[in-house]
Design a protein around this ligand. Sequence first.
Ligand SMILES: CC(C)(COP(=O)(O)OP(=O)(O)OC[C@H]1O[C@@H](n2cnc3c(N)ncnc32)[C@H](O)[C@@H]1OP(=O)(O)O)[C@@H](O)C(=O)NCCC(=O)NCCS
Length: 149
Amino acid sequence: MLTHRRATAGDLDLLAEMNLRLIRDEGHRNAMSVAELKQRMAQWLSGEYVALIFEEDGFQERSAVVAYALYAEREDEIYLRQLFVARERRRQGIGRWAVAILRSEVWPQTKRLTVEVLVRNAAAVAFWRAVGYADYCLTLEILPGTKPC
Ligand SMILES: CC(C)(COP(=O)(O)OP(=O)(O)OC[C@H]1O[C@@H](n2cnc3c(N)ncnc32)[C@H](O)[C@@H]1OP(=O)(O)O)[C@@H](O)C(=O)NCCC(=O)NCCS
């Protein structure tokens, strides 16, 4: 059975480790260490962000963490900053289930829901579209040191 709970300070090590895996898996250029990610996560959780941890009941009453979500509720939107599903548990409906729980049990139904995704993260782009998010904004960039056309 899958359950969810709000993360606390005792989950910071776990969240930082999963955040690192998320950064690697999504191909983000963020180079922060686990210690730095832990510190950033602590700041987020003491500010506007909430983290939810999703667990699956296992043998001998032990549960395994299979996913986490990090979001901020703002005046007119719910910004989902991070969603991570354990590598060995992907494509089994856990991400879809997590979003369904957030929408039906956690978030108010009255607010716009937003998420940002790296264009090159094709799996996540497909996932967000599959769970109902529609394309809205595309961020373009020129990195420092790039010659003008
Ligand atoms: C993106 C992510 C959260 C999806 O979680 P998941 O549990 O594997 O997704 P689900 O099994 O619920 O998939 C739901 C649907 O999304 C789509 N989808 C999910 N992964 C996909 C992939 N790799 N390629 C194509 N479509 C995909 C499919 O339509 C899928 O339905 P289907 O399996 O019936 O075809 C997971 O791959 C992940 O943690 N990736 C690394 C971190 C990341 O990129 N997070 C998002 C950016 S913040």
